[in-house]
Design a protein around this ligand. Structure first.
Ligand code: C2G
Length: 133
């Protein structure tokens, strides 16, 4: 059985998130997703996510292509997570290209192209403009 692992915040879930998860799942038999903790998001992006880590995990784990989720507490623990979940493939969006090559002795590292023209920040800005009109 081939296990695929990927990571992300998945805040304000949108079709870009869904598509990368679907394409990740096609690279193996089982897809495990590390969902960034609220604290990690504050450290990484300087703001609280819109949806809590529990809500983000609940949304992601209920997508058909996802088998299991866990909360990613630290960016530094990638190697531990890969080993803990016995991942054969690590998938990241190509905005991270090259930055996870340090794990290539543990598993295959694949960067998939992002879906153009959609982002959590874009969705938040769109909604706040609607609210202001
Ligand atoms: N994504 C995508 N297309 C978009 C937006 C996002 O394919 N239009 C992908 C990203 O490349 C990433 C995943 O969806 O692989 C999750 O995106 P984010 O929630 O923005 O993830 P990020 O905060 O970059 O977290 O340790 C790495 C981090 O946890 C990645």
């Amino acid at each position: 059985m081939t296990t695929v692992i990927t990571f992300g915040t998945f805040d304000v879930l949108h079709v870009g998130h869904l598509r990368i998860l679907q394409r990740s799942s096609e690279l193996g038999d089982r897809l495990v997703v590390g969902v960034s903790s609220d604290a990690l998001n504050v450290a990484k992006k300087g703001r609280e996510p819109v949806f809590s880590q529990e809500e983000r995990c609940e949304l992601v784990v209920n997508l058909k292509c996802v088998d299991e989720v866990f909360v990613e507490e630290s960016l530094e623990l990638k190697r531990d997570y890969i080993q803990k979940y016995a991942a054969d493939v690590l998938v990241m969006g190509d905005d991270w290209a090259g930055r996870f090559d340090f794990a290539s002795d543990l598993c295959r590292v694949v960067y998939l192209p992002r879906t153009p023209s959609i982002s959590t920040t874009g969705v938040i800005e769109h909604i706040s403009k609607l609210g202001g009109s």
